[in-house]
Design a protein around this ligand. Structure first.
Ligand SMILES: NC(=O)C1=CN([C@@H]2O[C@H](COP(=O)(O)OP(=O)(O)OC[C@H]3O[C@@H](n4cnc5c(N)ncnc54)[C@H](O)[C@@H]3O)[C@@H](O)[C@H]2O)C=CC1
Ligand SMILES: CC(=O)N[C@@H]1[C@@H](OP(=O)(O)OP(=O)(O)OC[C@H]2O[C@@H](n3ccc(=O)[nH]c3=O)[C@H](O)[C@@H]2O)O[C@H](C(=O)O)[C@@H](O)[C@@H]1O
Length: 428
């Protein structure tokens, strides 16, 4: 296997071609490996084979074209096409159920597919973010299905993905990586495989440490954002602008306060803290409280909107509200767990009309001006670059009432003639 890795003849199957799996498959293919991408959504397979990415990410179209045209990448939804591969890289989603418990159904299905296709000596890598101890459980599932002994007859690793959407192709190469093996040999093999394109530092550990590390990273971010959001809430009570206060606090050499806003979305931050605490017997509660704070932020934005409507004596049930941005963060087309969607759901039954516009996602109005024409309030829910340079004084002339609520600190100076509110912008 090591020799096959060194001379790039190892055959790789990437299972799940979403935001993580597709860039990973492309990167291995462009590093010289023969990669088969296995994906259950047939329309995604067709798009990829016709060289069109189904996700928004810088550089993806050129890199996908290169990978497919070189003959190194092919997508399929036929499990027979991934039989007998040297390495399987699993990148399927690991969402939460309604009750916030992990839904490992996609992962288990993917592992079953791999178990039926693999051979003795295959390396199986789970890139998906999973609750602690999952990799060991999945190795046992493979043993039950195949009769092969984990660590002896096949190798298994958790290699968490740490890329930031918007910078995926750069971070795939330059981020440091962790390889958590069910045995040291497993970790060693995966490290050698990924070293074919990773230029960052690499570390080997156990699969359970690796699972916890990944969950700690995103929990760290979520808890820090919750702290910033609590500061924003307090700033309203003191009538100050939290962003001015944060900028000044961050001049301290050991303080790095995160950015408050309308909420925390995406496939990962809203669920990973739950994956960390779910299998534990007990915890202190900080991680869960941070989640509640962040989940509550769309309601704070709703209060700001309703305050503004009160200022102009417009009953909410008569108000036409245009929500700008549906994606969970700027310049993304991903709406999973987006606070913008929560905000829309929260106000929908209480106002006359909710319009939505997102340049990358769509919405009820394709055109920004059409969304604002005759509206009583505009609410910025996503920090898309396109929203940062809007001429509000001009756009205001299209609106029936000039209310602007900024959930993402996109507008620095409140536009003249508007009733302005913003998350963390006390004093307006
Ligand atoms: N999106 C992100 O920014 C990051 C995600 N992650 C983790 O990576 C994992 C994947 O996340 P995303 O790529 O965002 O999810 P995604 O939903 O974009 O992609 C998953 C893909 O797997 C496919 N799939 C599901 N079950 C399958 C099966 N049994 N066989 C074949 N294909 C199957 C789905 O149709 C989908 O296209 C998650 O565990 C996530 O927490 C980690 C770092 C960053
Ligand atoms: C620790 C860390 O930086 N994790 C990254 C994170 O990426 P993700 O796309 O979720 O981006 P994010 O910038 O944390 O944004 C998540 C959400 O939080 C919001 N957000 C973010 C930072 C902040 O200071 N304030 C804030 O409100 C964003 O608007 C967004 O709604 O989660 C990714 C993942 O695991 O999916 C991970 O690979 C990335 O490296």
């Amino acid at each position: 296997m090591l020799e096959k890795i060194e001379n790039r003849t190892a055959e790789i199957a990437v299972v799940g071609l979403g935001y993580i799996g597709l860039p990973t498959a492309i990167t291995f293919a462009n590093a010289g490996f023969r990669v088969t991408g296995y994906e259950i959504r047939k329309e995604v397979v067709e798009r990829i084979n016709s060289r069109k990415a189904h996700i928004v990410e810088p550089e993806i179209d050129e890199l996908l074209k290169k990978a497919v045209e070189s003959g190194n990448l092919r997508a399929t939804s036929d499990p027979d096409d991934i039989r007998g591969k040297d390495a399987y890289i699993i990148c399927v989603q690991t969402p939460l159920n309604e009750d916030k418990t992990p839904n490992l159904g996609y992962l288990e299905d993917a592992v079953r597919t791999v178990a039926r296709a693999m051979k003795r000596g295959s390396l199986i890598v789970i890139e998906s973010t999973v609750p602690p101890l999952t990799t060991i459980k999945m190795a046992k599932l493979i043993e039950e299905i195949t009769g092969l002994k984990p660590g002896e007859d096949f190798y298994m690793v958790h290699a968490p993905e740490r890329v930031m959407p918007g910078r995926i192709f750069e971070e795939l190469v330059y981020n440091s990586r962790i390889f958590g093996g069910i045995t040291p040999e497993s970790a060693e093999l995966a490290e050698r495989l990924y070293r074919s394109f990773v230029k960052g530092r690499t570390f080997k550990t156990s699969s359970t440490v690796s699972e916890v590390v990944k969950l700690m990273e995103n929990t760290f971010r979520d808890v820090n954002i919750a702290l910033a959001n609590e500061f924003a809430y307090l700033a309203h009570q003191y009538g100050i602008d939290v962003f001015e206060a944060i900028e000044l606090a961050n001049t301290h050499p050991r303080v790095r306060i995160h950015t408050p806003g309308i909420g925390v979305g995406g496939h990962c931050l809203p669920k990973d803290p739950h994956l960390l605490v779910w299998p534990a017997r007990d915890d202190f509660g900080l991680i869960r409280l941070a989640r509640e704070i962040n989940d509550g932020m769309p309601l704070l934005a709703k209060d700001l909107l309703f305050d503004a409507l009160k200022t102009v004596n417009l009953p909410p049930e008569k108000a036409v509200v245009a929500v700008l941005g549906l994606a969970y963060k700027g310049d993304s087309d991903d709406t999973r767990n987006s606070p913008a969607l929560t905000f829309v759901d929260e106000i929908r039954d209480e106002v006359a009309e909710v319009r939505t516009h997102d340049p990358l996602v769509g919405g009820t109005h394709e055109n920004l001006e059409d969304a604002l024409r005759g509206a009583d309030a505009a609410v910025i829910a996503t920090d898309h670059t396109a929203f940062k340079s809007l001429d509000w004084e001009k756009l205001g002339s299209l609106m029936r009432t000039k209310i602007l609520v900024d959930g993402r600190h996109v507008v620095e100076n409140p536009p003249v003639g508007f009733v302005f509110k913003g998350v963390g912008r006390g004093g307006y």
